[in-house]
Design a protein around this ligand. Structure first.
Ligand SMILES: Cc1ncc(COP(=O)(O)O)c(C=O)c1O
Length: 397
């Protein structure tokens, strides 16, 4: 029997597909080293878990307001003021089942069939697929290695037209780790000022995982703030991926629209996770900073390990916990079984099946010359994984 045509409009996330393949091999007893992970390997800090346990005992077990508990939305406003100097009121905030749902809500609220959405590539896998799901047209704008994989004002402007409705980007970026500086954002804002009908979705979920400068939000620019939707969440910065808490900060028209959509899809995110999120947002950030220090140390190890693999070209990522090396020097080479590696997809499957290292193809992020390797893993596993990867790549002829 045929199912809906909607299913043919978008793909399953390649990141989840790789995780699934890795799990299947592991279930057969194969020792897979996972460098495909999109989440901190740390556990949720104790005080956040305690807040959740308390919430269960205090019977926070009923439906919550669709956009989230009022005191949670107040905590989000406090955080946005404290960390980003952004002023929002609780009616501007909608809490969702992870930033992924926040993004889906926003795209559904803004994009109509046929509308164009500009996405700098490489980009996070889900952006294009949600746009396609609602019948919109993703317009991919290729950024360059030389420019740190950041879109320039002229690249942005040259893709805008009367159908452009939304611009979607992340800083720090998954997969490249690119971080936009305040000056770079200001230059993009100058373009948006000339195009007042285009919304901006600023995904800041990796905000804290920034190894250099200060996090800058495009919402700080008053001339565009009303058109910016800030996306953030607790998954990455607080090691809370499974709890499913994300949120938006946006003008009241957009937040109301997202609330309406969410009211039909999920009603709200889980009550216990919401109570835990309040504790996370309002307490000491020490566990987050310790986690980031560990990621920074691992980043150095990974960059050194990459230097030992000939032909690979890689930026040191200023943010997030991935490296995104260009591996095209291996395309056209043959495995010991005589199979040709034609692209990054083939290379990832080779690495999984022959080296038992799980990675993600850059094709999933709109950059078919690269692969994504996560360093959200123990130093031991990183060394083991990169060791196996090096041997497997050296075997290609
Ligand atoms: C750039 C980016 N945005 C959003 C998300 C979604 O996060 P959440 O777990 O809050 O749904 C991810 C998760 O990998 C991500 O990498």
């Amino acid at each position: 029997m045929e199912l809906s045509s909607l299913l043919n409009r978008f793909n399953e996330p390649e990141t989840l597909k790789m995780a699934k393949l890795g799990r299947e091999l592991r279930a057969k007893g194969i020792d897979i080293t996972d460098l495909s992970l999109g989440e901190p390997d740390f556990d949720t800090p104790q005080h956040i878990k305690d807040a959740a346990k308390k919430a269960i005992d205090e019977n926070f077990s009923h439906y919550t307001p669709v956009p989230g508990y009022l005191d949670l939305r107040q905590a989000v406003c406090e955080k946005l003021l404290r960390d980003n100097n952004l002023k929002y009121a609780p009616e501007n905030i909608v809490v969702s089942t992870g930033a992924k749902q926040s993004i889906a809500n926003v795209v559904m609220a803004i994009v109509d069939a046929g509308d164009e959405v500009i996405i700098p590539t490489p980009y996070w896998v889900t952006y294009s697929e949600i746009v396609k799901l609602v019948g919109g047209k993703p317009i991919m704008v290729k950024t360059s290695f030389e420019n740190g994989y950041k879109i320039t004002p002229s690249e942005l402007e040259s893709h805008m037209n009367s159908k452009t409705r939304l611009f979607m980007f992340s800083s720090p970026c998954n997969p490249t780790g690119a971080v936009y500086t305040k000056n770079e954002l200001a230059a993009l804002v100058a373009v948006f000022e000339k195009h007042p009908d285009i919304f901006i979705m600023s995904d800041e979920i990796y905000e804290y995982i920034n190894y250099g400068g200060q996090h800058e939000s495009i919402a700080q620019f008053e001339s565009v703030k009303d058109r910016v939707v800030v996306i953030n969440g607790l998954s990455k910065g607080y090691a809370m991926t499974g709890w499913r808490v994300g949120y938006i900060a946006a003008n009241a028209q957009i937040s109301k629209a997202c609330e309406k959509i969410q009211g039909q899809f999920t009603s709200a995110t889980n009550s216990i996770a919401q109570r835990a999120a309040i504790s996370a947002l309002l307490s000491d950030m020490k566990p987050t900073f310790e986690m980031v220090t560990a990621f920074k140390e691992r980043r150095k190890i990974v960059m050194d390990l990459l230097k030992g693999i000939p032909g690979i070209i890689c930026n040191e990522p200023p943010g997030a916990f991935y490296v995104f090396p260009d591996v095209k020097c291996y395309f056209g080479k043959k495995t010991t079984n005589g199979e040709t590696i034609n692209n990054a997809d083939d290379l990832c499957m080779y690495l999984l099946n022959d080296a038992n290292v799980s990675t993600v193809t850059g094709g999933a992020f709109g950059e078919p010359n690269c692969i994504r390797l996560s360093f959200a893993n123990s130093i031991e596993n990183i060394k083991k994984g990169f060791g196996k990867l090096k041997v497997a790549l050296e075997q290609l002829t």
